[in-house]
Write a protein that binds this ligand. Structure first.
Ligand code: GUN
Ligand code: FE
Length: 455
């Protein structure tokens, strides 16, 4: 007896390892009441034909049409929710100037809950419409507005991991936008964690509190220490920025005479439920520390091109055993799309491998064995994100959540260039990742619930 609420039938793409995308052609997916994949049955299995004929006329049987495919929902490991309001602007300044000129004044506005509601409603809907089903969010320093973001995720059906941002150092942050002091920062974070745990009791797909020191330069020692203790006390996820740019990396070295990774570790901020954005400038010892503590990296390739002036040595860090997923880093990355970032991850890795070679600097060479394929980028967008968060998401596999995007390659307004009725499914997969637009994302499901559909 299979315990199920819905049955889906169609062809799916899902990665179980970084190099290979598995093609589940015409498979049956049984989804239970908790939104978990209870059983997957393929045509090569004995009971497939009998199950198909028994159920195909059931009211809860969903058959994909010709040209439609399942993909796992994407995981975005790094979004600054308040920055959605400035997405696409101000991408030409260095990080420090950008924070102080544009970003802090914008984030300060989220003391106003009406403004927060308008932006956050729009952002969560936009991310869902782009196929993103789980998001690791930075909110702002405001406890109430951060909780509001989680409530919006809860209501719209997105799995949201949300952090109230901590930035208490009066020398590094403007008076108009920071925690009053380290004590207040810790107290507000603890109250936020408790409120999130209450909210989570009612939310099928899960919402999670995240301990969120913005980055070491913005926090006092007392705040960093207190946050490490809170994360241990409540067993929460942790997020921050680590070794993003030359400037941020050097700042931590000057302050602690050690690298960002080791400083974060001293404050109890690395571990299996920690995700550090960027981490471009980790050296080998830092990377070994990430691997040994289970700390993951959110790779933000578009943002890195603008603000970090850097490319993550992704292959090297993956080979060292670090979990890595993708992040848009809205708004340092201007797009809400993980598709765009998967493509950029490929491009950046190719440029790292090939190096710069022009008439002006013909002698420059790249870093061998750096390139990744679009298949590997897809792994980062799905399974890699799930592993980074230590959640059973990102794969279409038994005991994983039914978080899917239903892709329609034949929709009139955004038809993909598929002209051969017998085109290889792997080619179709590549066309999907390179060419899909939100118009092609027909439905999005999270934990067995439909949370978005295009009409
Ligand atoms: N470092 C500290 N804050 C931020 C931020 O908001 N965006 C990016 N990209 N880096 C940061
Ligand atoms: Fe960021």
């Amino acid at each position: 007896m299979i315990n199920y609420t819905y049955i889906f039938h169609g062809t799916a793409f899902s990665s179980y390892s970084p190099e290979k995308v598995n093609i589940l052609e015409n498979h049956l997916f049984f989804i239970n009441d908790n939104g978990i994949i209870e059983k997957i049955v393929g045509p090569e299995q004995e009971d497939y034909t009998s199950l198909l004929s028994k159920h195909q006329d059931d009211a809860n049987f969903h058959q994909l049409e010709d040209g439609q495919y399942f993909l796992p929902g994407f995981v975005d490991l790094h979004v600054h929710a308040p920055q959605w309001a400035q997405s696409g602007t101000a991408l030409d300044l260095p990080l420090y100037d950008w924070l102080h000129t544009y970003t802090f004044p914008l984030e300060a506005k989220y003391a106003d809950l009406a403004f927060a509601k308008t932006v956050y409603e729009d952002l969560v809907s936009t991310l869902l419409a782009n196929g993103t089903t789980t998001v690791l969010y930075f909110a702002t320093v405001h406890k109430e507005a951060s909780l509001l973001l989680a409530e919006i995720c809860a209501r719209k059906g997105q799995r949201g991991l949300v952090g109230k941002v901590v930035m208490d150092d009066p020398d590094q942050n403007p008076d108009y936008y920071r925690d009053a002091d380290s004590k207040t920062a810790i107290k507000d974070t603890e109250e936020f964690i408790l409120a999130m745990k209450e909210l989570a009791k009612e939310v099928k797909q899960g919402v999670y509190p995240v301990v969120t020191p913005r980055f070491i330069p913005s926090c006092s020692d007392e705040a960093l220490k207190g946050l490490g203790e809170l994360a241990a006390k409540y067993d929460t996820h942790i997020q921050s920025h680590c070794s993003e740019s030359d400037w941020a990396h050097q700042y931590v070295k000057d302050r602690f005479q050690k690298n960002d990774a080791f400083a974060l570790h001293d404050f109890g901020l690395l571990g299996d439920k920690s995700v550090m954005a960027h981490s471009n400038f980790l050296d080998d010892r830092d990377a070994e520390l990430f691997a040994s503590t289970g700390t993951a990296i959110s790779h933000c390739p578009l943002s890195n091109a603008y603000f970090a002036n850097s490319v993550l040595p992704l292959k090297r860090f993956q080979a060292m055993g670090i979990d890595i997923g993708l992040g848009t880093d809205i708004s340092a990355g201007a797009t809400p799309s993980i598709y765009d970032n998967a493509k950029q991850a490929v491009v950046s890795s190719r440029m790292l491998e090939d190096g710069v070679s022009t008439a002006l600097c013909a002698a420059e060479r790249g870093v061998a064995d750096s390139r990744i394929s679009i298949h590997e980028a897809f792994y980062l967008a799905t399974a890699g994100g799930g592993e980074s968060l230590s959640l059973p998401i990102g794969k279409l596999e038994e005991n994983y959540t039914w978080d899917v995007q239903i892709i329609d390659t034949k929709i009139a307004s955004a038809k993909l260039p598929i002209f051969d009725a017998h085109e290889a499914l792997d080619d179709i997969f590549q066309k999907i990742i390179y060419l899909v637009r939100p118009e092609n994302i027909k439905e999005v499901w999270v934990q067995g619930e439909r949370v978005h559909s295009r009409v």
